[in-house]
Design a protein around this ligand. Structure first.
Ligand code: 3SL
Length: 238
């Protein structure tokens, strides 16, 4: 029997109950743009992020005086301080601060996996740091793509494939699911030119229509930060 820990990919949050079985660590991935923004914020001094699923919860925090980031349909929700452009999280005014965050898909995926033993925030910008962290732990890993309203997303799957490839290449992990094989091969096809590969992807087009090209480039540039944000008891920190 193969005793090595497993690494498995779950494409979307609604498939989570089917995959969860024995995962010790869940990595939540929303490359465009929630988990990238979280990693960028954490690497640039944000102290704590409180992810919430709904605008109502976000509003409650706002009324209590918190800084609150809210995104819906790719835009900053009216009345909130910022959205999920990673550039808006790289801001000296946020250093040492606690920021509440709600987004269309990323914080929903975080909410879905809230009962995991451990939850890690992954993206392309902290790819190698996440692989190194997981490799050291040698626990069963589930890589959860946030998708778009529970539909499959290419960029999250490619990022999951990159993490899976890093762990499987070490020889210290095993995989049994076809989703992991598929994610890995998508990553291998995309890795030399993420921007080009994702040209036709639905989320890239959606953000392009909102003139968010700089955000797209930032989110698709691997290994810009070496933080591994962890979500524990509803709070994200490093
Ligand atoms: O769904 C999310 O969490 C967002 O990151 C979506 S968007 O990039 O703002 O479109």
């Amino acid at each position: 029997m193969d005793e090595r820990p497993s690494v498995e990919v779950c494409f979307t949050p609604n498939l989570y109950p089917l995959h969860f079985d024995d995962a010790d660590v869940v990595v939540v991935i929303d490359v465009l743009r929630a988990t990238t923004a979280i990693c960028a914020g954490m690497a640039n001094g944000v102290k704590t992020i409180i992810p919430v699923a709904s605008i109502e919860e976000a509003l409650e925090y706002r009324q209590r005086g918190y800084i609150v980031a809210a995104e819906r349909k790719g835009k900053v929700v009216e009345g909130f301080d910022l959205g999920n452009s990673p550039y808006s999280w790289i801001n000296p005014e946020l250093i040492g601060k606690t920021v509440v965050l709600t987004t269309t898909n990323g914080t929903q995926a975080i909410h879905t996996s809230r009962r995991a033993n451990e939850m890690v925030i992954g993206s392309l910008i902290n790819l190698d740091a996440v692989v190194k962290y997981l490799h050291k732990k040698k626990l069963n890993v589930m890589l959860l793509g946030s998708g778009w309203r529970n539909k499959f997303c290419l960029e999250d799957t490619i990022c999951a494939g990159a993490i899976a490839d890093g762990l499987l290449a070490s020889g210290d992990f095993r995989s049994e699911e076809d989703s992991t094989i598929a994610a890995k091969y998508l990553y291998l096809s995309a890795k030399d030119n993420y921007l080009g590969y994702l040209k036709a992807s639905s989320h890239r087009r959606r953000l392009q229509d909102l003139n968010l090209n700089e955000d797209i480039k930032y989110c698709l540039t691997p290994n810009q930060v070496d933080v591994v944000p962890i979500c524990k008891d509803g709070r994200i920190s490093i």
